[in-house]
Design a protein around this ligand. Structure first.
Ligand code: NAD
Ligand code: WQD
Length: 343
């Protein structure tokens, strides 16, 4: 039994809640910190139900440095997984200051308290959005970096901050994980992606069309140089992603190089929008009406991870199929048509 305590910021969110399950099932003790700005406390109740164990959580903004200090003093975490952040590319364009403040000031607050408390093990949630758009597919970690919207910029700036502090202080043991397109949910259907307001991402939109909540799906472009003209992405099951965090926690303990361990978490295999629709129709036995509309500004034709470094350094590989992703998503949607409500 591994009794190491992991502090999970943003642990009530989509990826955080699934990582809570996987960490507890791997024997870790956890403590969650979240201000619930994009999540529900019910997610944490559901995590406890899945695992059959209790844990503590703090309703706290990670930018509240004094309160954060108290949490570290009381909990004495072994390591931190930092999910807390705002994540919508579109919203970040209209709310740039809010995104920079939340994501960057939040991370600075956390890093300061970690250093003061001598907690140097950190896993940071980064994104494929930090890669320069013209890069060669599949994307390897040493590809050129640049972001063209505030959300991506905030992730890139945080990565740079981490690289700077790690370079001059050998105590830090940090992993930067660059997620591709996280999808799916725990197979119980008890936890899943519950975006506040209308979702932006493809799978939550498809499932809302399947359940009748939305009339149809707009496909953003069918003239890309792909197999059927629609955009291709690297969809990775969130349970696989969650396991990547446990693998990263194990890996950073033996990682003493001057740079943070930086890896892609993706599958290396792409699916088009039409392929996703057809897979979801098969899983749900529903018809997904769609209409073709113009390309969405800023979209790439194809975005795929080169996942080989994660296999080498973390001994991690995504395992779940697109059929499983769609079946799990449909179960979550059917059991929770209004997102998280008391049951
Ligand atoms: P999410 O919005 O579901 O979870 C984020 C959680 O952080 C929420 O529970 C929110 O309430 C909390 N939070 C936000 N700001 C906070 C603050 N200042 N103090 C305390 N809590 C705060 O998002 P997610 O999909 O689970 O993403 C988790 C992380 O992974 C984010 O940092 C996101 O940028 C990154 N990421 C997500 C994706 C994706 O497509 N989901 C892809 C790449 C990277
Ligand atoms: C997937 C595909 C769309 C909606 C985003 C962020 C990225 C990361 C993951 C955080 C694309 C198409 C979508 C719709 C459509 N998040 N689509 N109709 O854009 O690959 O990545 O989420 O870090 O940073 O940019 O994901 O789910 O929005 O789109 O046709 O209504 O579905 O054009 O080809 P994306 P997505």
């Amino acid at each position: 039994m591994n009794k190491k305590k992991i502090l999970i910021t943003g642990g009530a969110g989509y990826i955080g809640s699934h990582t809570c399950v996987v960490l507890m099932q791997a024997g870790f003790e956890i403590v969650v910190l979240d201000n619930f700005c994009n999540s529900s406390e019910i997610a944490l109740t559901r995590v406890k139900k899945i695992v059959g164990r209790d844990f503590k959580h703090y309703v706290l903004d990670v930018r509240d440095t004094d309160s954060l200090r108290n949490v570290f003093a009381v909990e004495k975490p072994f390591a931190v997984i930092h999910f807390a952040g705002l994540k919508s590319v579109n919203e970040s364009i209209d709310q740039a200051l809010n995104y920079y403040d939340n994501n960057i000031a939040g991370t600075l607050s956390l890093l300061k308290v970690m250093k003061e408390s001598q907690v140097y093990k950190l896993i940071f949630s980064s994104s494929a959005t930090v890669y320069q758009q013209s890069t060669i597919m599949p994307i390897a970690e040493n590809s050129l970096l640049s972001a063209c919207q505030p959300y991506g910029q905030s992730k890139l700036m945080i990565e740079e901050i981490i690289r700077d502090i790690v370079k001059v202080d050998a105590n830090w043991q940090v992993a930067i994980l660059r997620y591709f397109n996280p999808v799916g949910n725990h197979e119980s259907g008890l936890i899943g992606e519950a975006p506040c307001g209308k979702p932006n991402n493809l799978l939550p939109l498809i499932s809302q069309v399947a359940s009748g909540e939305l009339a149809n799906l707009s496909i953003f472009g069918n003239d890309y140089p792909t197999l059927d003209g629609t955009g291709v992405r690297d969809y990775v099951h969130v349970m696989d992603l969650a396991k990547g965090h446990v693998a990263a926690l194990q890996a950073i303990e033996s990682w003493h190089e001057a740079l943070p361990l930086t890896v892609n978490l993706g599958t290396g295999r792409g699916y088009s929008v039409l392929e996703m629709i057809h897979a979801f129709e098969a899983a749900s036995a529903k018809v997904i009406p769609y209409k073709m509309v113009g390309r969405r500004a800023g979209d790439l034709a194809v975005c795929l991870a080169d996942p080989s470094l994660a296999a080498t350094l973390l001994d991690w590989q995504a395992k779940e199929s697109i059929e499983k992703i769609c079946a799990d998503t449909w179960l979550w949607q059917s059991m929770n048509p209004q997102g998280y409500t008391e049951i």
